[in-house]
Write a protein that binds this ligand. Structure first.
Ligand code: ZN
Length: 335
C-alpha cells in the first residue's frame, strides 16, 4: 500500500525484522541452548509489541485513503435514467473518493426476481429508480442492509417510488406522487425560523415550472453542509413541493422557496435531508431532474458529500470556492 517512490515507513522495517526473527533461516543459525531460545522468543515478542501500533496506524491510513465502494440502482424511472446515471457516476468519481458500480433492474412489468444485488458489498446504495416493486427477498435484503448500518441515497424521483412499501417510506422520510396523501404523514416545511410538520389534508408531491433556484442551508454545522455558503444557486430543475411522509428521525439540511410565480407552493420546501434509520444513514436529495440540474456545482458538491456521509458518517470532500448565491456555476468537468 506504499506510494511508489516514497521510503517505507518504520513499521515496514519492524515488520521485516519480525519476520526474519521468526523465519526458519534465522532459527537455523541460532545456537540450540535454552537461554538463547528464550532470548530469541523475548526479542520476537518485543519486536511484535513495538511494531503493533505502527502497523495499526499504517493500516488505518491505508483505509482512509481507500476509495469507497458505492452502487447506483437504475433500470425503471419516469425520468431518463440512461442519461442521468452516467452523469451521477461521473460526479461521484470526480471527487476521487468513490468506486461506482451500477445495477440495472429488469424492465417494467417483468419478473423482478433476478434483481438481487449484494448490497453489503457497498458502503452506500444510490437509487436512481422509480418503478415496480422488487422481489420480497430483495426488499427485505435492502431494509436489513440499511437497518444494519448501510448508507442509502434517495436521488430525485426515487422519492416517488414504492408508495406502498412502509419501510422504504420511513427511510426516505417524505415522498410524493403515486397517491400519497395525508394518510402517509405530514408535509414538512420551514416556517418562521423552524422546521414544522403540517398535518393538513392534501396530495403529496408537486412541482411548478422548471427554473434555476437558490438553496438555503438550514443546518450549517452538519458535515454535508459545513463550509458551504448559506445560499447557493442551483441549475434549472423541478422544485419538488408538497412532499409528505412519516418524517421520523428526519433532519432538513436545506430548503428552497417554491415561488408561486413559478407555480410553486409558496412554502420553503425541503430539498436536502438526512434520515436516521436503524444503524443506517439516509441522504435524500430532491434535486437532479435532468442534465441542466445535474451540471451544476451546487448539485455536484451536495451529492458527493451526501453520498460520502451516507457511506461513512463523515465528510472529507472539500467545499469548492466558487459557489454563488446569484448565478449557476457549472464545474469545468461537467461543461
Ligand atoms: Zn423530475
Amino acid at each position: 500500500m506504499f506510494l511508489r517512490g516514497s521510503p517505507p515507513p518504520p513499521a515496514a522495517h519492524l515488520a521485516v525484522g519480525f519476520l526474519l526473527l521468526g523465519s526458519p533461516a534465522f532459527a537455523r543459525y541460532s545456537p540450540p541452548d535454552f537461554q538463547t531460545m528464550k532470548r530469541s522468543t523475548f526479542f520476537r515478542l518485543l519486536a511484535a509489541l513495538v511494531a503493533l501500533p505502527f502497523l495499526t496506524s499504517c493500516s488505518n491510513a491505508a483505509d482512509s485513503a481507500a476509495k469507497i465502494p458505492v452502487l447506483i440502482v437504475d433500470g425503471q424511472n419516469n425520468h431518463d435514467w440512461k442519461t442521468t446515471t452516467p452523469v451521477l457516476k461521473q460526479i461521484l468519481e470526480q471527487s476521487g473518493r468513490f468506486t461506482v458500480e451500477v445495477a440495472t433492474t429488469p424492465p417494467a412489468k417483468s419478473d423482478m426476481t433476478p434483481f438481487k444485488p449484494k448490497f453489503s458489498d457497498y458502503k452506500a446504495v444510490i437509487l436512481n429508480y422509480n418503478g415496480d416493486p422488487w422481489s420480497p427477498e430483495t426488499m427485505d435484503a435492502f431494509v436489513a442492509y440499511v437497518k444494519g448500518g448501510g448508507g442509502f441515497v434517495s436521488y430525485h424521483a426515487a422519492d416517488n417510488s414504492f408508495p406502498a412499501w412502509k419501510e422504504y417510506n420511513e427511510m426516505i422520510g417524505i415522498g410524493g406522487w403515486n397517491k400519497r396523501s395525508e394518510k402517509d404523514g405530514p408535509y414538512i416545511r420551514y416556517w418562521e425560523g423552524k422546521i414544522i410538520r403540517d398535518e393538513s389534508p392534501g396530495p403529496g408531491g408537486h412541482h411548478g415550472a422548471q427554473h434555476p433556484f437558490a438553496i438555503d442551508v438550514r443546518e450549517p454545522s452538519h458535515p454535508i453542509m459545513a463550509g458551504l455558503p448559506p445560499k447557493m444557486m442551483h441549475g434549472q430543475d423541478e422544485l419538488y413541493d408538497l412532499l409528505r411522509g412519516p418524517a421520523e428521525n428526519l433532519t432538513v439540511l436545506a430548503t428552497a422557496y417554491a415561488d408561486p410565480a413559478a407555480h410553486g407552493s409558496g412554502m420553503h420546501e425541503p430539498m436536502l435531508m438526512t434520515i436516521a434509520y436503524g444503524k443506517g444513514r439516509v441522504f435524500h436529495t430532491t434535486l437532479g431532474h435532468a442534465l441542466p440540474a445535474m451540471k451544476c456545482a451546487t448539485f455536484a458538491i451536495t451529492t458527493q458529500r451526501g453520498v460520502e456521509w451516507a457511506a461513512t458518517g463523515k465528510v472529507t470532500i472539500p467545499a469548492p470556492k466558487d459557489l454563488s448565491a446569484d448565478s449557476v456555476v457549472v464545474p469545468e468537468y461537467l461543461k
